[in-house]
Design a protein around this ligand. Structure first.
Ligand SMILES: [Zn+2]
Length: 79
């Protein structure tokens, strides 16, 4: 018997950004929302989701970028 159901995925909640296993029998979690957020009213979840999107965008902007492959800098003109 496998330790982990191959169907089981670790998903990231669109609303709170938490990780959760999906699908779990008897869990209220959906493909997009974790167990807790699935209980929230649609309007509240929509607000959280838009906040989460903004936070992710900000995190992406702040994340250190991998050094771009720079073209060789032109040699300084000899004075
Ligand atoms: Zn959630």
């Amino acid at each position: 018997m496998p330790d982990r159901d191959p169907e089981l995925q670790i998903r990231s909640c669109r609303s709170c950004n938490g990780n959760y296993d999906y699908p779990i029998i008897k869990s209220r979690a959906t493909r997009f929302y974790c167990d807790n957020c699935a209980l929230l009213p649609d309007t509240v979840r929509a607000v959280l989701e838009s906040m989460n999107k903004r936070i992710k965008a900000i995190e992406k902007k702040l994340a250190p970028k991998p050094a771009p492959a720079k073209p060789p800098t032109p040699a300084a003109p000899n004075a």
